[in-house]
Design a protein around this ligand. Structure first.
Ligand code: ZN
Length: 85
């Protein structure tokens, strides 16, 4: 049985559709991967360990217990050992 030009064209169209479908799947997989990476990064941003970074290392805080001044680089009062966090 010989293929008519019309049938040949249809076969080509089906192959094109399959390729398009595969490309769509690859694209969806790529977008899903990017979303996962972005969510992971966002979670790392909200990590409390990173959140407690020193905002102003040159600044000073006053101890509520003994009123002595302490540098922002420490959570403990240098005089009485009061813990701020
Ligand atoms: Zn103190």
């Amino acid at each position: 049985m010989e293929m008519s030009p019309a049938q040949s064209f249809e076969t080509g169209a089906v192959i094109g559709e399959i390729i398009l479908f595969l490309l769509l799947i690859v694209l969806i997989a790529l977008i899903a991967y990017l979303v996962v990476v972005l969510i992971k990064r966002n979670k790392e941003k909200n990590n409390p360990r990173i959140k407690y970074q020193i905002e102003n290392p040159q600044g000073r805080w006053t101890c509520p217990r003994c009123n002595s001044e302490n540098p922002n680089t420490t959570f403990l009062c240098n005089r009485c050992g009061y813990r701020v966090v």
